[in-house]
Design a protein around this ligand. Sequence first.
Ligand code: MG
Length: 407
Amino acid sequence: MTSVHDMPASFSPTSLPCPGESDLVSLRESSVHLASYAVSDANSRGRVFPEAAPQGRSEFQRDRDRIIHSGAFRRLEYKTQVFVNHEGDLFRTRLTHSIEVAQIARSIARRLNLNEDLAEAISLAHDLGHTPFGHAGQDALNECMKAYGGFEHNLQSVRVVDLLEERYATFDGLNLCFETREGMLKHCRREQAAQLGELGERFIKNQRPSLEGQIANLADEIAYNNHDVDDGLRSGLITLEQLETVPLVAEHLQEVRAAYPDLAGRRVVHEMVRRMINTLVTDLIAQSAANIAAQNLQTLDDVRNAPALIAFSPELNAKQRVLKKFLMTHLYRHYRVMRMSAKAQRIIRDLFDVFMTDSRLLPTQFQSAETQTDIERARVVADYIAGMTDRYAIREHKRIFAVEDTV
Ligand code: MG
């Protein structure tokens, strides 16, 4: 397409030709490069509430835009990935994590002739239902909700886009396309799947999500393994010397040291991490392309009935497992991370208990009829808590429990 900069000096915006139908089709559907088994506007199962086709963008670009404009997306900025937001300005948050996932997922989707917009939309939305304080928060809220159906951040992400966002006049949620929601729901227990209708069907029929959904899932893994190495080193909780026992890291570190013997400090880490991401992405693309070719896929239904095809090579998978184990032992279970997790769990538990005991303490919009059952009330409390950012949860805890604080 010609950009404004290529236009002759005499060009004025009013002389822009009206796009013909064929231009709109190519804008809406960049399907010229899409594989026949990729998700497209044409084979999408569509939205729960029918809407007119978007003008000048694809259905999945529209989904991505709706996600970016949502309140839940903005809250990701102040939600913990591993390090609590106030611990440092350079650590990943759920927002920067989601953006990194989207970047990786798009690269992979494009190379495999799959729907890049869908892979991006799923990636940006995949953590929308995360509680404050990362996994410690999720575990605490799940524990609190045990008697009331449990809490799972993955299901909560779907709940956010299906129900909790209040932006449209005629429906709750964002009314995203089926394939975006399908990709967000990575796992689900069978009993829960039965309650999710069409969305839960694949867990009962043992089917796979779209390849774009599978990509977002593994892009998530590539992103967090690598940025947790980076953030872990930055925090000083783990060291390069320790990481030399992890083959995936050691190989790339040696490569950097061989190429730049005098390089020191953060540049060594960045050169190493970018090589690791590149190795993982390249391996994933090659292995997945081979898996796809072996299946002779024709349609999206073929994808759903095939085994999971987006995958690392067995060799790299094994190496990644060693890295994950290292991070679990040395970073996620480091005593300083555990202390913060313990604090976080206490905050979540205190808030849940106090709101369940006296729902009059909830903000007005979360209070409802006295006829509510305990299960219904617990879900409202869980929605309220899960929607909090780290600092909002800390503030709310103070407002309720610190006598000297304002209410
Ligand atoms: Mg994630």
